[in-house]
Design a protein around this ligand. Structure first.
Ligand code: FUL
Length: 476
């Protein structure tokens, strides 16, 4: 090793003495360019794009825990405990739709093993509960209500099963799990997202279960080829916390995780931010007054949807089988606040000029305010730095901005600033890093007629789909 270093530094000294370009720097730059080119080449699938466009989706944690007041059941619960008094999936769908939520992901089976559908492979399910005289099927009713109401439907199926006697006998349990997965993916229409938690424990035999992830994914791909596999899965990445907060710099292009993607290199693996509207994932009446405040939910929205992520907000149905009034009321407030801010794009009539534009009228600067995500602006000659100036036509006051990249061509922008014209010069009001599908910035009110977006750094020519300027109400 030492000798190799000596040879390298001797070679470097010779080059420098001879006035040649530093070969190491050149080699590093070449490697970086190759890395950058590789990152830009990674693109989302059509299903990942459609998923990202949903922006705001819901989790519904519902099951025996709802009736035992626990977060994790131990699998010994009596199925007779499951008995919602007024279960109504249409109410869930209405609450979600009114809030602008586009999909419901239901806990078909949580860690306690109780199945919300009458699985052939266990007795630990709704079929042994008094609800609907043992003839009920929560998965069916939620799936049907979602379809009728125009929402997508997803399932959470916990691999960790504290009830199933075969758990820990790895091949046997893996077959059991695949059988249950087949039921869910065959009998309930299109499934948009399959959510696998990574939790793993020991079975009654004292052995740790080894999951057959490749086998689980193969079942999903075979039966629902358009479904996205999330978290312990290759298509959607857990953001890394349960607070609903993404990083300021959130790249959808990530190093592959060989455990789920079965490859190395870079992959499109966009972030999902899961968080509960209450402290717990399951309903507890003691938390009826701990529904997150509007201010907290708005902050979560900006830090998830506004940071290139999808917000997965948990709404735990109560013992009636309804989304509780307190949660529903807060969602109405949230929708109202978001609509007050985002319904009117104050830049929609702007005259936009770019520092340069690719010689192609389909990619003109005006496309960034055409409210059409399938058109985009890009600068001439694959330039990586560029400015877009917007003349708003009148003096406008705003305190929020939006940038969206055209993600079918990947994620590119690394750094940008927003500035306004104060009559003398450009005054910056926001500076940020990555964009991706959507980046929202919050800042004190600005009043101006002219605004400039400067792309300072980009992995390749920036491709901007949409820009927006908005005014969020400043008083409660
Ligand atoms: C976790 C689980 O242990 C929680 O109960 C909940 O389902 C959350 C979404 O994922 O890993």
């Amino acid at each position: 090793m030492k000798s190799l270093l000596l040879i390298r530094s001797g070679w470097l000294l010779v080059c420098l003495a001879a006035g040649l370009a530093n070969p190491l720097a050149t080699a590093t730059a070449t490697a970086q360019n190759q890395d950058t080119a590789a990152a830009v080449a990674v693109k989302p699938t059509p299903e990942q794009i459609a998923w990202q466009k949903m922006e705001f989706i819901a989790f519904t944690h519902f099951g025996v825990n709802t009736f035992t007041d626990r977060e994790w059941g131990d699998g010994k619960e009596d199925p007779k405990l499951f008995n919602p008094t007024a279960f109504d999936a249409h109410q869930w769908v209405k609450v979600c739709r009114d809030a602008g939520i586009r999909m419901i992901i239901l806990t078909a089976k949580h860690h306690d093993g109780f199945c919300l559908w009458p699985s052939r492979y266990t007795e630990h399910s709704v079929k042994n509960s008094p609800w609907r005289n043992g003839k009920g099927d929560v998965v069916r009713e939620v799936a049907d209500a979602c379809r009728e109401g125009g929402l997508k439907f997803g399932v959470y199926l916990s691999p960790w099963d504290r009830h199933e006697p075969g758990y820990g006998d790895s091949p046997r349990y893996n077959e059991h799990f695949k059988n249950q997965l087949r039921e869910l993916l065959t009998n309930y229409g299109p499934i948009t997202e399959v959510w696998f938690d990574g939790a793993c424990g020991e079975g009654p035999n004292g052995k740790k279960q080894v999951y057959d992830w490749a086998g689980f994914y193969a079942v999903v791909r075979e039966l629902q080829p358009r479904a996205l596999i999330a978290i312990s899965g290759p298509d959607i990445r857990w953001v890394g916390n349960e607070s609903g907060v993404a990083r300021e710099t959130e790249w959808s292009v990530q190093p592959a995780n060989p455990a789920v993607q079965f490859r190395t290199g870079l992959v499109w693996w966009p972030a999902e931010c899961d968080v509960s509207i209450r402290p717990g994932w399951f309903y507890h009446s003691s938390q009826d007054n701990q529904v997150k405040s509007l201010a907290d939910l708005l902050d979560i929205y900006y830090k998830s949807v506004g940071r290139n992520s999808v917000l997965l907000l948990n709404l735990p149905p109560d013992r009636r089988g309804l989304i509780n009034e307190n949660d529903a009321r807060r969602l109405v407030e949230l929708r109202h606040a978001l609509d007050q801010t985002f319904t009117v794009n104050l830049a929609s009539d702007a005259r936009v000029t770019a520092s340069s534009t690719q010689d192609d009228k389909d990619h003109g600067a005006g496309t960034v305010v055409d409210a059409n995500q399938t058109t985009y602006w890009t600068p001439a000659d694959n330039g990586r730095e560029a400015t877009l100036d917007m003349d708003l036509g009148r003096s406008v006051t705003f305190n929020r901005s939006m940038v969206q990249e055209y993600i079918p061509q990947g994620q590119r922008i690394e750094e940008y600033t927003w500035a306004y014209w104060d009559g003398q010069g450009w005054q910056p009001f926001a500076k940020d890093t990555t964009v991706g599908y959507k980046k929202l910035d919050r800042f004190p009110e600005v009043t101006t007629r002219k605004v400039r977006l400067s792309i300072l750094k980009s992995r390749a020519a920036p491709m901007i789909g949409e820009l927006g300027l908005y005014q969020a109400p400043t008083s409660p």
